[in-house]
Design a protein around this ligand. Structure first.
Ligand SMILES: [Zn+2]
Length: 437
């Protein structure tokens, strides 16, 4: 029985048709998903052991025989981390010559670089197409994708997904919201794909100047709070579906269904684990890529904290779901300014005169906008305005991208000056805190 299903499923994958892939995503029996995953996991491990220097070295160091690895647990403490990607040359991960490269976005430190072939991107796109089909996108729709393009992967994969669906699509990078708004009536877009903070800016324009008919909005790329989501849905009178992905995943890792209860993971192309779980099941997401052969990632530590959702989803898809991302494993805060890390503020505050060693930056929410609040203790009776000006100047000079998002209105800067000795004098203070609900 399973073999019959497997053969039919593989024909659908080869046939590369979004509707049939979407159908299989719903019909496929759970035991078959697990078997496909476990088979692919073993194959990927054997392949990487032969072709990937980084992974082969790890196995050798720990005396692990790749032919005996059946499940992720068998690999014990073998993982691939972001630091590994940054500290080794690309050749240590590449198993064959690449055709495409993408970078992670990162305001602190250098970007990670991930390599693919055209076929791998197209393969990822066919699964995204199936997810879009399942969420109701049809060939007579018109999609506009405003994900940042350039070295970021999402825009390209979404464009290729549109190609698979045969749906009209403009993948235009991340224009000013107003530029896109002025074209909505010309091109009759009825599906908007964008990152959450950009989407809020577009929605504010539409609320004032008129809403055009839209049937679906897909958001991904940074944190979308419930407040933002309700607002965007109310103004456009259209559902907002959230996607979850990364450059390391080569695009999408999971997407919500119309039930909106967690992200269904793409279990055909990834083997997910959640490690170091707490009592509520929350832990760090770890994924192994199952389809990529240019730069497969074995047990890649995503650093996002989430948990598996138990029970079946009302939509009927057996693909496992993860809960909304609770936060980053490290201290990173994702907000309208970008991915904020304490190191950013250490650099920005360094050398600013008239403030004490004790300081903290908080991310707050004011209505629909994020606020970046600098909490500082003044010394030497300096004029607070000159402190504000120095900090703004440093931010602009050191992090032009963060500043550009400020100019775009993606967040507001605020300053709170406290009497000396007010902020906690911990030895390792939390420099960056997220206080949004
Ligand atoms: Zn569902």
């Amino acid at each position: 029985m399973l073999n019959t299903f497997k053969a039919a499923f593989e024909r659908a994958v080869i046939g590369d048709s979004a509707p049939s892939l979407a159908k299989w995503g719903k019909l496929i029996p759970l035991p078959l998903i697990r078997r496909l995953q476990e088979d692919s996991f073993r194959e990927t491990v054997r392949y990487a052991a032969r072709h990937q220097k980084f992974f082969a070295d790890k196995l050798r160091e720990r005396n692990l025989d790749p032919s005996k690895i059946r499940k992720p647990d068998d690999l014990k403490d073998v993982f691939t981390t972001a630091e590994d990607l940054l500290s080794h040359p690309p050749e240590d991960f590449l198993c064959r010559p690449p055709q495409v490269v993408f970078e992670t976005t990162g305001t602190s430190g250098p970007p990670k670089r991930l390599y693919f072939t055209y076929h791998e991107l197209d393969h990822a796109a066919s699964y995204e197409a199936a997810a879009l089909w399942e969420n109701g996108i049809r060939p007579d729709d018109r999609v506009v994708c405003a994900f940042d393009a350039g070295y970021w992967v999402s825009s390209w994969v979404t464009f290729l997904a549109a190609k698979h669906l045969g749906v009209f699509c403009s993948a235009v990078g991340k224009p000013l919201p107003r530029e896109l708004y002025s074209r909505m009536g010309i091109y009759h877009y009825n599906v908007i794909v964008a990152d959450p903070t950009w989407l809020v800016s577009l929605t504010e324009i539409a609320e004032k100047e008129g809403v055009l008919p839209v049937k679906l909005i897909l958001a991904a790329g940074d944190r979308m709070t419930d407040v933002y989501r309700r607002y965007v849905q109310k103004v456009w009178k259209a559902p907002v579906i959230l996607g979850y992905g990364s450059t390391e995943a080569g695009g999408g890792l999971g997407i919500e269904c119309r039930a909106g209860k967690g992200y269904h993971l793409d279990e055909f192309n990834f083997y997910p684990e959640i490690i170091d779980r707490d009592a509520e099941g929350y832990g760090e997401l770890v994924v192994t890529t199952l389809s990529r052969r240019t730069e497969p990632l074995i047990r890649y530590r995503v650093r996002d904290v989430t948990r598996f959702l138990e029970g079946s989803c009302p939509c009927g898809t057996p693909l496992r779901r993860i809960d909304a991302i609770k936060g980053r494993r490290d201290e990173m805060v994702v907000m309208g300014a970008g991915n904020m890390h304490p190191a950013i503020f250490e650099r920005v505050i360094q050398g600013v005169e008239g403030i004490s060693e004790r300081w903290q930056v908080a991310v707050l929410q004011e209505g629909l906008r994020d606020i970046l609040e600098f909490r500082l203790e003044l010394t030497n009776g300096i004029d607070p305005h000159s402190v504000q000006a120095s900090i703004a100047r440093n931010l602009e000079a050191c992090y032009p991208d963060v500043w550009a998002n400020h100019v775009c209105g993606m967040y507001r800067l605020a300053f709170k000056f406290l009497p000396s000795g007010t902020l906690p004098p911990e030895r390792k203070p939390r420099r960056l805190v997220d206080e949004r609900n």
